[in-house]
Design a protein around this ligand. Structure first.
Ligand code: LMR
Length: 334
C-alpha cells in the first residue's frame, strides 16, 4: 500500500502551490495509555510536531496520553470506526486481531534489543505487519519500550518458585497468562490504567512492566521488591485507521511515512535513554525511602527463570496462536 506514495509527480504542482494550505484540514487523533514522559509518549509528540511541519499544518495531530481517550484494546475498535486515527498498542493487545504478534511477548526469546530489531525489520516483522493490514488497519512501524521487570509486595522474587500463589497483573495475553501459570502464579488481566490502584489496594500482589512504565506510573512506590529479570520485551505496533489513510492525498500519505520514519528512529533512542535515566531515579527512591528492594539476579538464578518459563513455547506452535515457523525463525535469527 505504500507503493502509491512514491514517484508520481503531480502535473498541477505549480498551481497547487499558489493555494495556501488549509490549516487543520485533517485531524489525526493519536490515543495511547502511557505517560507523556515514556518512549511512546515522547515519540508520539515528536511525530505530532514533525507531521504538522511536513504537512504545513494541513494535518493537525492531537495526542491523547494516559488512557484519556481509550483504554488498552478498546482503541483497536475505535480505529476501525475511525473515531481515533492512530494508536500504538503493545503487542498483547492485538490478541483478538492478530494473536501471532504475541511472538514478541514470549519470555526469553530475544537475546537483546538488536536481535528484536533484526526480527522486526526482517521477514517476520513484515509478515506480522501484513497480517495486521489484512485485518483492515494500516501497520506503520514497530516501536520499542524495553525489557520488562517483575515487581511484587509479598515476597522477594529470586527464583521462579517464589512467584507461586502470588497474583500478578497481566495485559490481555495468552502468552503472559501461561508464563505465570507455568510457575504456579496467578495471572489477572487488568487494564494498564488500573494497575496502580490494584497494587495499592492489594487486589494484585505484583506486576511486570518496563522501567519507564513502572517509574512514570509510580508502581515502585506501591511495591516492596523489584527484580531485574529482563524476561520479556514490551513493544508496540503503530497503527492507523484505514479509513483515515485512504482519505489522505498522496502527498500527505508520503508525509505520514516520512514523519513515522523519523519518529521511529528517535523512538529507539528515547527507549534506551529513558530506561537508564528512570532506573537511576527508581534506585534513588529505593535508597532514600528504604521502602523498595531492588534485586539483581545471578546468572544461575536468571537461568532458572529462563528454563521455567520457556517451557511454554511449544504451546504456541499452532499457527493460529503464534506459529512454529515464527518462533523458530526468531531463534534462528542471529
Ligand atoms: C501495559 O498495559 O502494561 C502496557 O501495554 C502499557 C503500554 O502501552 O506501554
Amino acid at each position: 500500500f505504500f507503493s502509491g506514495c512514491k514517484g508520481k509527480e503531480k502535473e498541477h504542482k505549480v498551481e497547487e502551490k499558489k493555494d495556501a494550505p488549509i490549516l487543520g484540514e485533517y485531524i489525526l487523533k493519536f490515543s495511547h495509555v502511557v505517560s507523556p514522559n515514556t518512549p511512546k509518549g515522547k515519540a508520539a509528540s515528536f511525530f505530532e510536531k514533525r507531521l504538522e511541519e511536513l504537512s504545513e499544518g494541513r494535518i493537525d495531530v492531537q495526542v491523547y496520553p494516559s488512557s484519556q481517550l481509550y483504554k488498552d484494546n478498546a482503541v483497536l475498535k475505535a480505529l476501525k470506526l475511525d473515531t481515533v486515527q492512530m494508536a500504538a498498542p503493545s503487542f498483547s493487545k492485538f490478541g483478538k486481531i492478530v494473536p501471532q504478534l504475541a511472538l514478541f511477548d514470549l519470555p526469553f526469546l530475544f537475546k537483546d534489543m538488536a536481535h528484536i530489531h533484526r526480527v522486526q525489520d526482517g521477514k517476520e516483522g513484515q509478515k506480522l505487519k501484513d497480517m495486521v493490514n489484512a485485518k483492515g488497519y494500516i501497520a506503520l512501524a514497530f516501536w520499542d519500550n524495553n525489557f520488562k521487570q517483575l515487581s511484587s509486595s509479598k515476597k522477594p522474587l529470586i527464583l521462579p518458585e517464589d512467584a507461586k500463589g502470588q497474583k500478578f497483573r497481566i495485559m490481555s495475553s495468552k502468552v503472559l497468562e501461561e508464563q505465570f501459570n507455568v510457575i504456579g502464579a496467578n495471572p489477572q488481566m487488568m487494564p494498564f490504567s488500573e494497575v496502580y490502584s490494584g497494587l495499592q489496594q492489594g487486589v494484585i500482589d505484583g506486576q511486570e512492566n518496563t522501567i519507564s512504565n513502572i517509574y512514570t506510573k509510580k508502581f515502585h512506590e506501591v511495591q516492596k521488591y523489584l527484580t531485574m529479570t529482563n524476561h520479556g520485551y514490551l513493544g508496540y505496533l503503530v497503527v492507523m485507521s484505514e479509513e483515515f489513510w485512504n482519505s489522505l492525498p498522496q502527498d500527505l500519505q508520503k508525509a505520514v511515512v516520512q514523519a513515522m520514519k523519523e519518529a521511529t528512529a528517535k523512538q529507539r533512542e528515547y527507549a534506551q535513554e529513558l530506561n537508564a535515566k528512570q532506573f537511576n531515579l527508581i534506585k534513588e527512591y529505593a535508597k532514600q525511602s528504604g521502602k523498595l528492594e531492588i534485586i539483581n539476579l545471578t546468572k544461575e538464578q536468571k537461568d532458572a527463570w529462563r528454563r521455567a518459563v520457556s517451557k511454554i513455547y511449544p504451546d504456541f506452535y499452532d499457527s493460529n496462536k503464534i506459529g512454529e515457523d515464527l518462533i523458530k525463525g526468531v531463534l534462528a535469527t542471529e
